[in-house]
Design a protein around this ligand. Structure first.
Ligand code: XIL
Length: 366
């Protein structure tokens, strides 16, 4: 009898490999439970649970989700009078079923726009578009999506406003309108301004001014998203820390929303994550097509460890840390800024095995 019971338990655990059954095994989301959410971006296939192994890894390690693409305007609102909620409904249902924090990405962004949106010519048309787009999407998921990136990447590197169809038609008022519309559609969801390189001094200043302006005009901004598409050597921990402190000093939560760390060379000194920039590939630019040398694996682990040490120091100011993808094989950094490279920016390898970087983050909490 004594032997049968543990056997039965083990068999039952194997039969029900889902988010609940895996609770006892140590995982990122469990060890950081008291600190901040640990999130991941989900591809369309992952939302549809096409691969059982990947799905069980997602359930085990993460308690927050962002849709990598399907909530962007070109997918969710492909034509003026047509919304496509088929996958976004599945995404929200997935998060709810697994009791995850659900983040919406993104309402107003100049990239991955539906072609018809780029044709919007004047302020009347743009106002009507913004009202319809934001109100329809945010109200549809009212009470079910925990936070939204209301505006993504509105700033240039020097902190000035980026030229876009939104700025061209409405001027800076579009930012205020966007936050007001989102708050009106769901007053309880947290509203974020999200960008890359906003841990660098000039863009940080621009971000702070922008948030202050929106708030002064009566908009609600609950948080700032630092995308965190970072490199092994930069940005410095000092700038990251200054940013956490500066943003939290103006009363907003700080989230790291798209964390990944490239290990590949970048001769153009390309910083940031402008998805419209692309470069021709060459063997020199793809030095680790088969596997990552141990020395670089160590560097990556050390870099993640240093960053998370800092995050833990300021855990009271940080709401969420989300990785941009589940494992290396699916990372967008295999195709950006050069197509067809092999990058190693995440915590799980192509075989879904935890890397040294993963162990380093678990060890930090021991
Ligand atoms: C990326 C996706 O990962 C890719 O699949 C897609 O082809 C382009 O966009 N900043 C953002 C994200 O806010 O939405 C981008 O995601 C990466 C940069």
């Amino acid at each position: 009898m004594k032997l049968i019971k543990p056997c039965l338990l083990a068999i039952t655990a194997l039969l029900f490999v889902n988010c609940t059954a895996q609770k006892k095994i140590s995982s990122l989301k469990d060890v950081y439970k008291k600190d901040f959410y640990i999130g991941t971006a989900l591809s369309a296939n992952q939302i549809e649970q096409k691969d059982a192994k990947v799905n069980s890894l997602i359930c085990k390690e993460f308690n927050a989700i962002t849709a990598e693409n399907i909530m962007k305007s070109m997918f969710i609102h492909p034509q003026k009078d047509k919304y496509d909620f088929a996958l976004t409904d599945k995404f929200v249902a997935y998060g709810k079923k697994n009791k995850m924090y659900i983040h919406g990405h993104t309402l107003i962004w100049h990239s991955q726009l539906a072609p018809w949106m780029t044709q919007i010519k004047d302020s009347t048309e743009m106002k009507a578009f913004m009202k319809d787009h934001i109100t329809t999407i945010v109200s549809k998921y009212k009470g079910r999506i925990d936070s939204w990136d209301v505006v993504n990447e509105a700033l240039n590197e020097d902190g000035t406003l980026r030229k876009s169809v939104f700025l061209n038609t409405l001027g800076e008022q579009y930012l205020i309108d966007a936050f007001k519309l989102a708050a009106a559609a769901d007053p309880k969801t947290d509203l974020y301004y999200n960008d890359y390189n906003n841990e660098e001094p000039a863009k940080r200043e621009g971000t702070i001014n922008l948030i202050k302006k929106i708030k002064a005009a009566g908009g609600k901004v609950d948080g700032v998203g630092i995308q965190a598409h970072w490199r092994l050597e930069s940005p410095s921990l000092e700038e990251i820390e200054k940013s956490i402190l500066a943003y939290s000093a103006i009363g907003v939560k700080v989230a790291f929303t798209e964390l990944d760390i490239t290990v590949l060379p970048n001769p153009w000194d390309l910083k940031g994550a402008d998805v419209n920039q692309n470069f021709e590939g060459s063997a020199k630019m793809n030095p680790y097509p088969e596997s990552l040398p141990d020395s670089v694996q160590e560097k990556l682990a050390q870099r993640y460890s240093d960053i998370f040490k800092l995050f833990l120091k300021h855990k009271d100011k940080i709401s969420r840390v989300t990785f941009w993808g589940v494992y290396d094989g699916q990372s967008w950094l295999n195709d950006w800024p050069i197509k067809g490279r092999t990058n190693y920016p995440l915590l799980f390898d192509t075989q879904l095995k935890p890397k040294k970087a993963y162990n380093a983050l678990i060890d930090l909490k021991k």
